[in-house]
Design a protein around this ligand. Structure first.
Ligand code: SF4
Ligand code: FES
Length: 364
């Protein structure tokens, strides 16, 4: 068992946006009893002790935590590299200056498209203008800036303009991440999954941009796994290098694992070290012993770890099956049929079910 390298600290599921591709859980009301500042301080100290080097402060919208500066300062004091993953709503200049002084290392801002009306429609909230303003503040204060754009059927045709926007705002890195189908995104899958033609066209644009921007901006492009022959090596293997702490203190090997029928483990009841080493939620799929056929005898089992446990559970009802994305999976038809439907439909404006803004009352 290795030490975890990265901690995803989901500080709150409250959010001013209502993105239809959100991967937060559907039962947001179960996460309203948020950890208090003192509990997060303990989680961070235990994470550093356990070997964590990077801390991603995420949500929901982490800026809704009034104690965010304090949390960042604590992480910084512990020597963790801190990354704020934000919609940027609430990132005023004074707040940004406080976070800078507290030692925040990196800022990642999401934008839903290059064009205000499209971006605001997908975000479910007028927000584009404030995001661009906040990107300016981030650059002025000297932070490295990642612009994150979740791609799907309704915005992927604009990928050239999205790249232009990232260049204009001076992003150091742009992350073009095709939607992963968990939470609200799974509910909206028919309206979000792009066609093969859309993906092929986007790939040509991305490849040319990578070449053109080689010295100025990193261009990261995450393919939709539904179109891949093999599944993604989700989280680099179950409970291998990453852990997630949810707003109410549950500890998970990935942000989507709360949907799996595994016993809960909480920082309110146990130490992070013991949970990492012994809790069933961590040990259930660690390594390769749990694997069924065809993974068990496959020479890729140490490369992709049988794919994603959460996806296997969502699509088959059994988290211990081979990820149906894999063309060798006996359940691959479940994915092939969805892809076939996506390719038979050319509409790019199917109605989207928004994720609710609020996840209940605030603790801090
Ligand atoms: Fe990966 Fe399992 Fe498919 Fe082999 S059979 S490629 S290990 S998912
Ligand atoms: Fe949970 Fe892939 S998202 S294992």
């Amino acid at each position: 068992m290795d030490s975890p390298f990265g901690l995803l600290a989901e500080l709150t599921y409250r959010c001013p946006l209502a993105c239809s591709y959100c991967s937060n859980p559907l039962n947001l009301a179960d996460y309203t009893d948020e950890l208090a500042t003192v509990e997060w301080r303990r989680v961070l100290a235990e994470a550093a002790e356990l070997g964590v080097l990077q801390c991603h402060l995420s949500g929901g919208e982490p800026l809704l935590r009034r104690d965010l500066v304090e949390i960042v300062a604590q992480a910084h004091e512990l020597g963790l590299y801190t990354n704020l993953v934000t919609s940027a709503l609430g990132l005023s200049r004074p707040r940004a200056e406080q976070l800078r002084a507290a030692g925040l290392d990196h800022v990642q801002i999401s934008v839903q498209a290059d064009e205000p009306a499209v971006s605001d429609r997908i975000a479910g909230t007028p927000s584009f203008g404030r995001k661009i303003e906040a990107m300016g503040v981030v650059k002025e204060l000297g932070w490295p800036l990642t612009v994150n754009v979740v791609l799907h059927r309704q915005n992927i045709d604009r990928v050239a303009d999205v790249l232009d926007l990232a260049e204009q705002v001076g992003a150091d890195r742009v992350e073009l991440a095709n939607t992963q189908y968990y939470g609200w995104a799974l509910r909206n899958r028919a309206a979000l999954l792009p066609s093969r033609d859309q993906l092929d066209a986007a790939e040509v644009v991305v490849r040319a941009a990578r070449e053109r921007l080689r010295d100025r901006m990193d261009v990261l492009y995450v393919l939709p796994d539904y179109y891949s022959r093999y599944p993604k090596p989700c989280m680099g293997g179950w409970a291998s290098r990453q852990l997630t702490v949810t707003p109410n203190g549950d500890v998970l090997p990935c942000p989507a694992a709360q949907s799996l029928p595994l016993p809960r483990a909480s920082v309110r009841e146990d130490s992070l070290a013991r949970i990492w080493a012994e809790a069933p939620v961590m040990t259930a799929f660690r390594g390769t012993d749990w694997m069924p056929d065809p993974c068990r005898g496959c020479d890729r089992r140490e490369l992709d770890f049988g794919g994603c446990r959460c996806q296997a559970f969502q699509l088959t009802g059994d988290a211990a099956r081979t990820d149906p994305v894999c063309h060798l999976s006996p359940d691959h038809d479940l994915v092939a049929r969805v892809v076939e439907t996506a390719n038979a439909d050319s509409r790019t404006d199917l109605p989207l079910l928004p994720r609710p803004h609020r996840a209940g009352r605030a603790r801090s």
